[in-house]
Design a protein around this ligand. Structure first.
Ligand code: ADP
Ligand code: MG
Ligand code: MG
Length: 249
């Protein structure tokens, strides 16, 4: 499904990713862990196609197609979804309208029929109910005045409606207390399915107690230096990144 081959990425002229390789099969949850500044967010932004993240070598294949040169909206329409570490606040746009615009612009790129108002309302209400999100929140301006937990549940709602094939969650746990974290993780777990993969990016092991990954990768120095099962997170928690990475080298 996702195959990243020898990816080198420059940010503002500085090489941050230095030969990253990664394969994620359909339906699997892969975690990327790594110290601060390792290049985790650079990896997620590069996958989403954000401007300023220049691929100098290597490629990103998605369902066999090289998407390295595609615009962000083209990638999103193909099913790549990035939940931001710091969700944007958009004062003039209600959450509801934002969701509708996002769904319809993706449908348009895919050459599918756009949803009419009634169809959209039905879809958004069903998804919000499933995720225990109030209709009141849907009417408020996007993310404005939302708590950290509400912002992240809102991203889970976007995911439920956009139905991505690959969801990238970049430090979804940052700024959440344990109850909010459990709620968000529960929402994410409801969206796990055999044809949807997740890349869960986190600095801490805690999130992986709630979203249990199939594979854990350690990113350091701009590449994946180690991969293993979920016991790797426990090793990291006990011994720290430096010791685990030194052992791998
Ligand atoms: P992580 O998410 O693992 O903490 P990042 O991908 O955010 O790491 O950052 C990797 C490196 O790239 C860091 O050294 C950071 O300072 C640098 N970097 C990332 N984004 C920018 C940017 N917009 N401008 C300058 N340097 C950046
Ligand atoms: Mg960071
Ligand atoms: Mg980061």
């Amino acid at each position: 499904m996702l195959e990243i081959k020898d990816l080198h990425v420059n940010v503002f002229g500085k090489e941050i990713l230095k030969g990253l390789n990664l394969k994620v099969p359909p339906g699997e949850v892969h975690a990327i862990m790594g110290p601060n500044g390792a290049g985790k967010s650079t990896t997620s932004y590069t996958l989403a196609g954000r401007a300023g993240y220049e691929v100098t070598k290597g490629e990103i294949d998605f369902f066999g197609e090289d998407v390295t040169g595609l615009a962000p909206e083209e990638r999103a329409a193909r099913g790549i979804f990035l939940a931001f570490q710091y969700p944007l606040e958009i004062p003039g746009v209600s959450t509801m309208n934002f969701l509708k615009t996002a769904m319809n612009s993706q449908a348009k790129i895919r050459g599918e029929k756009e949803l009419n108002a009634a169809e959209f309302l039905r879809a958004v209400r069903a998804a919000a109910k499933e995720l225990n999100i109030s209709e009141d929140m849907l009417k408020r301006p996007l993310n404005v005045g939302f708590s950290g937990g509400e912002k992240k549940r809102n991203e889970t709602l976007q995911m439920a409606l956009l139905k991505p094939k690959l969801a990238i969650l970049d430090e979804m746990d940052s700024g959440l207390d344990i109850d909010a974290l459990k709620l968000v993780a529960e929402g994410v777990n409801k969206l796990r399915s055999p044809d949807r993969s997740f890349l869960v990016i986190t600095h801490y092991q805690r999130l992986l107690d709630y979203i249990v990954p199939d594979v854990i990768h350690i990113l350091a120095g701009g590449k994946i230096v180690m991969s293993g099962d979920k016991s790797l997170a426990v090793q990291l928690e006990q011994n720290g990144y430096d010791a685990v990475i030194a052992k791998a080298a």
